[in-house]
Each structure stands twice: as C-alpha cells, then as structure tokens.
Ligand binder design. Sequence first.
Ligand code: ATP
Ligand code: CA
Ligand code: CA
Length: 367
Amino acid sequence: RVLVGNKVSEGHSNYVMAYNMLTGIRVSVSRCSGIMKPLTEVDFRTTKKLAFDISGSELIPSSKYDFKFKDYAPQVFRSLRLLFGLDPADYLVSLTSKYILSELGSPGKSGSFFYYSRDYKFIIKTIHHSEHRQLRRILPQYYNHIKENPKTLISQFYGLHRVKMPWGRNAGLRKVHFIVMNNIFPPAKDIRSQYDLKGSLAGRITRTPTTNSELARTIVLKDQNWLKEEKTLKLGPQKAKDFLNQLRSDVDLLERLNIMDYSLLVGIHYEPNRLKKNNTPETLMSFEGRSELRATDYLNNDLDEVYYVGVIDCLTNYSFFKKVETLWRSLSHKRAEVSAVPPMEYGERFYQFVRNSVDSHLIRKQC
Ligand code: ATP
Ligand code: CA
Ligand code: CA
C-alpha cells in the first residue's frame, strides 16, 4: 500500500497534540475495564477528566507535557467497541504503540486534522465543537442503531475525547475534540481509486491532471468523476439487495437525526481473478470495521473489482449555518445540484444516487 501522510514524530508541528491524544487514550481506555454492566441513561452523559503533568501523581503517570484529557461516555464507547468486535488489548496497541501516527494533510475543507494509527486500522479526526455536540446528542440513537444493524455502513465511532493544552506563543489554552473511527479501507490492500459521493453535482469534481498512477490513487474523486467514468458497483441481485437495504436503513437514521453533508466513500481494489473464492457468499461482508463487496461474476482483464464502502462525515447537523448556505447557493445553482439541502432531501438524493450506481445484473463471464 502506498503510504499516504507524513509521520508525526518529535519536531512535527502537531507532535505534542498527537502525543497528548494517544497518552490520554492509553490511560483512560485502559482504566475503563471491569465487569460490563447494562448501560443506563447516565452512562450516555458521563464524562471523565484526567490531568496529566510532567511530574505525575499516584493516580496518573507522568507525561512529557502538561495537558488535560476528557473522555466522553467511556462505558458507551467501550460497549460500542465490543459490538464492533474490537479486541480491547489490540485497540490499545494499535493506538498507542510507540506513539507514531501519520497525518493526512487536511483532506477536507473543514480544517479537521486526520491521523492514521500506526497500523492504519484506525483514523483519528479532530472535529468541530458543533460536531462533538452532535455526536453526544445522537449517541443513544446511534447506539441502538448499531445494536440493531451490526452491518451498518455508517462510520464506526470508537471514542470521543478532548485534549486541553497550551497553544501558540502566548500559551493560551486550547480545546481540541476528536473521534477515533474505522478506516474504511483495509491497511494491507492496494486501493487503486477512491470516490467521495454525496449525490450532488455542484462543485463535485476533482480535476486530476496527473498521469502518474501512484499519485492518482491518493486523490479523492467525486460525483462528477464517478458519472463521467461510468463507474458502477457491480453487485449482482442478492448483494445489491443486501447493500441497498442496509444503506436505506442507515439513511433513514441520518434523516431522523437531522444530519446531512455525509458521503459514501468507495475504494476500489483489484484482485487477480484466480484468487476469487468459489464459495464467496452473496452478501455484504463486514469484518474488522470494514464493509467489503466483491463484484459478482464480472470479468475485467482477469481482475476482480472489490469495493470497500462506508458512510463518512456524518456529524453535520442541518443548522442555521447550512440554512443560510442553502439560500445563498440556491441563487446561483439549481436546487438539486446544491449540497446544502434539508436532511430529508439530502438523504433521498444521496440514496437515489447510490441506487442508480448499483448494477444488480449478473454479468456473464466471457470465458
Ligand atoms: P468536508 O466537511 O470539507 O467534507 P471533512 O474535514 O469533514 O471535510 P471528511 O469528509 O470526513 O472530511 O473526510 C475527507 C476525506 O478523508 C474523505 O473523502 C476520505 O478520503 C478521507 N476519510 C475520511 N474518513 C475516512 C475513513 N473513515 N476511512 C478512510 N478514509 C477516510
Ligand atoms: Ca465530507
Ligand atoms: Ca465535514
């Protein structure tokens, strides 16, 4: 796999923040152990604070820097990690071993920072205060959805935390909220191209002047690229049904929660035809935080297409800000093409776009 992102080691401008994030997770998550009791309403509102300093104390080990760490609903996220099938020890090893992360040079417009865990299994995303509030607000419904939909395509959230630390020359304190989530793409497989699909068209194009295939695969393509390249998810009837049913139920939840601006992230991997298992079940495969879909009976230069898919960036509430954006943008664009539309409209447009992108026919092999 091509390594994307820069290693965050000592001297990197965000090294201290990354170090504090991982130190906080290590201490807080490893202490959240003991017998699991059934969750109560209170668990969803509980927060836990830890103060770290260079000298340490009886209760908290010393750390390289002074900072404060806040863990939100620790028992709920512990239970979620269990529902998602994560091993508690592996989780800590992935996130804290040797404190190395790689930073993805802010791929979105939002100003969030993205970090991969050392083994590329997990992604840490810094989030805006409003997204943090949104996640806390929807946590009970999200939790129930996960319980009822173990194969959900929606981002798997493993933790919500905050670090508070000195920032900048005048050393004012800054609070940074962040989430830990699944990497939609498997660490060991080569993703040849990736698409971020919202179902809207305005501005949804990535111009790719590069002929360098190594570089091209690190570029995130969008809706207009998808349509122009006539891409489809070649799933055949049964997988198409399973996938769309799951997506339908996920979109219903996001609509109910007044959420919008999310995308379906699709990564395409090519696998030699002969590796294909004859008894591949006709379903949406879900394991280790990833949803994998194999193209059905499709011969493509002896290569099979395998898709890794997930619904990402799903913490944007249709707030006042978005209402203003809708009004402003609708002056210059056709409504259906604008991305900031109310959640119901957004969800239906999104679902229809994906549905139209699914090829549910069985394509006969030409051999
Ligand atoms: P904006 O609001 O401008 O879209 P953002 O900062 O909220 O930006 P996201 O939309 O969450 O960012 O993600 C930006 C890109 O980062 C995605 O298009 C994708 O390439 C990558 N990415 C985000 N989350 C994941 C994930 N869970 N697994 C793999 N890649 C991801
Ligand atoms: Ca996004
Ligand atoms: Ca966003």
